[in-house]
Design a protein. Structure first.
Length: 362
């Protein structure tokens, strides 16, 4: 049975595909004119996508139709909270509590304002995306449910195999995760190099001891939450003459690395380091500052720009890097910016897959 666009849009939003939902909804504007659910849904999609101006406009249209709907009040309160307009946000949250006393989001927001409602903390929550916990809830992400369920089944099977077949003295009791299955065997340590070097060329030629050292460094860095350092060690191995089994274990370890935020990122390489040895820093995350130029917004809702990497006034200019976002970030083009992004390759040049931006409100 065919589904209406509002149902399809909510399905995309639950999967956090906000640009797709916005494009889908905007294409049906002529059908849903003066429809409360349409304006509310489109506004919520824009809010999560970071397009606060469009979100405010759609919420105002929805408010002309219905005044006291909790989801609408939550959305507008969140916008005021983002801006640091605490008094206005409190008015809306209080109204929600009067109309819907069991509303957990409004209760959490009021508690946040009571305990942490200073402007600096709000800025940090906006920067890291934690402010989204006060947006109208979207419900569980079905993709994440499956992505959790399948690894959980695999993990349980792995635990069974470990206790069933492996000697107890092989367990690796690390502070972050059990990596016993990824430890090198004695045979791998003794024969860490690829035996046949005639089949392909390698950027790095390493000894057995060097390969083992790089791999063990990766395991140690992982347990210390230094994921960029892990990635560099993995890239070293993947570009070397290491044995296939060691490269396969390195790739499995790479899948366990987490996406950082501005507060948690560590071991950030410089622009010059990435430029000089791009292959070593592929898939690493960077937090680079500078100024934005040549910004373009595409029809599919994605966005690209060039980041002039350097200090706030560009008195120390390091170079220019292309940046691509899936959705349009909230930026003031004339102000200095910090961009959190992942290093990737395109047309023989490195670029950043943008994830988050930060600009000082002062």
């Amino acid at each position: 049975m065919a589904k209406d666009v509002l149902t399809l849009a909510w399905s995309s939003m639950r999967r956090r595909h906000f640009a797709a939902a916005i494009k889908m909804l905007e294409g049906k504007a002529h059908i849903y004119e003066d429809n409360f659910e349409y304006y509310l849904t489109l506004g919520i999609a824009c809010l999560y996508a970071g397009d606060i101006g469009s979100a405010s406009s759609y919420f105002q249209r929805a408010r002309r139709i219905r005044l006291t709907e909790s989801r609408l009040l939550l959305a507008q309160a969140a916008i005021f909270l983002r801006r640091g307009e605490i008094d206005r946000a409190l008015q809306y949250y209080t109204e929600i509590r009067e109309n819907d006393p069991q509303n957990k989001t409004a209760k959490a927001a009021l508690e946040f304002i009571r305990v942490h409602g200073d402007f600096d903390t709000i800025c940090r929550w906006v920067d890291t995306g934690r402010i989204e916990m006060f947006y109208p809830p979207l419900g569980p992400n079905p993709d994440k449910i499956w992505s959790f369920t399948i690894p959980l089944i695999a993990f349980c099977l792995g635990i069974f195999v470990i206790f069933k077949f492996l000697p107890k003295n092989q367990n690796y009791d690390g502070p972050r995760a059990n990596l016993s299955l990824l430890e090198l065997t004695e045979n791998e340590k003794a024969s860490a190099k690829e035996k046949d070097l005639t089949t392909q060329s390698y950027k790095l030629i390493l000894s057995d001891k060097e390969i083992t050292k790089h791999y063990n460094n990766a395991l140690t860095y992982f347990q210390n939450h230094r994921d960029n350092a892990v990635q560099v060690e993995i890239n070293t191995i993947l570009n070397s003459d290491a044995a296939l089994s060691i490269k396969q274990k390195s790739q499995i370890l790479a899948e366990k690395l987490e996406i950082p935020d501005f507060d948690s990122i560590r071991d950030v390489p410089s622009y010059q380091e990435v430029k000089n040895q791009t292959y070593l820093y592929l898939d690493c995350w960077v937090d680079w500052g500078g100024k934005v130029s040549n910004a373009i917004t595409y029809e599919d809702g994605s966005y690209s720009c060039e980041l002039l990497v350097g200090d706030e006034e560009l008195t120390h200019y390091e170079g220019t890097v292309f940046v691509k976002f899936d959705t349009v970030p909230q930026l003031e083009g004339s102000k200095a910016v910090r961009i959190l992004g992942q290093i990737d390759m395109m047309d023989s040049n490195f670029y950043l897959k943008g994830r988050a931006v930060y600009q000082s409100v002062h």
